[in-house]
Ligand binder design. Structure first.
Ligand code: SF4
Length: 266
């Protein structure tokens, strides 16, 4: 790829892309950082991006779909997105990114770790070439957490109850995260319930498999107890001097590796 290629790094508002910015910002001073804003993010995600900007002294371009989620929901006839029907990723993340790059030659830095078994977004546009610095350098989750701690950025604040950035109603959330969304952001939880209940095509959809959000939240105690068992198991694992953030990451990520809205992160 020509020397004048643009260098781009997509921040998702999550830990891995933030750590990649920590690793790369001095190595590639001309890096262009961007964030695909769905307008359905948690406030904590915007605050985390502000912290990354301030700590690293970088600028972030916020890319938005010209028309937001609600417009596209209408276009898709009221069909809520799901793992099998990911129109949200296409319309709210991939299209804005591809418009941002246009026909320029671009090298896209992707924060997939060496301990992950996934490819992430691979552009169908031949002018965008993806590179994977963590994979190339063998960096795994513990390295990412340490990079963030040493930079003073730390983990996203939502991480104490949720592993993912992205839309507050993301269908990749685990049941525990839904329950905690109801605790932390009852207004957003109510909006997610409303999306389930009102469809222009009159059908009933659920964000999470097998039950509505109201049914799910009625099982709150059971879901919390189940999660606490997983945290206890992660804490009991023999690994002296593990930072607390790492223990929590282990517990929260237990069911998630290789899937989830991380595949949404471009
Ligand atoms: S975060 Fe989830 S709901 Fe939002 S665009 Fe990505 S996959 Fe879709």
């Amino acid at each position: 790829m020509a020397d004048q290629a643009r260098h781009i790094l997509g921040l998702s508002g999550g830990k891995d892309s933030a750590a990649l910015a920590v690793l790369m910002h001095r190595r590639v001073p001309q890096m262009e950082y961007f964030f695909c804003d769905t307008h359905k993010e948690l406030q904590e995600t915007y605050e985390y991006l502000d912290k990354i900007k301030a700590r690293l002294g970088i600028r972030i371009t916020y890319l938005s779909s010209e028309r937001g989620f609600d417009h596209w929901l209408n276009v898709y006839g009221g069909l809520l997105p799901s793992p099998k029907m990911r129109w949200c990723t296409k319309q709210l993340k991939i299209m804005p990114l591809e418009q941002f790059v246009g026909d320029s030659q671009a090298i896209s830095y992707v924060g997939i770790r060496a301990d992950e078994n996934r490819d992430g977004y691979i552009s169908t546009k031949p002018n965008i070439q993806a590179v994977f610095p963590f994979k190339e350098e063998g960096l795994v989750k513990v390295d990412i957490i340490r990079l963030l701690e040493e930079s003073g950025i730390g983990m996203p604040s939502y991480y104490r109850w949720r592993t993912r950035s992205g839309c507050f109603f993301c269908f990749f959330q685990r049941k525990y995260e839904w329950v905690r969304l109801a605790d932390e952001h009852p207004d957003m939880f109510a909006q997610a319930v409303a999306y389930e209940q009102s469809h222009s095509d009159g059908r009933q959809y659920t964000w999470t498999q097998g039950e509505t959000l109201l049914q799910l939240v009625s099982r709150r105690d059971e879901i919390i107890a189940d999660h606490e068992k997983k945290v206890a198991k992660a804490q009991a694992a023999p690994a002296p001097n593990r930072p607390l953030a790492e223990v929590l990451a282990a517990a929260l990520d237990e069911e998630d590796e290789g899937q989830g809205c991380t595949v949404c992160h471009v």
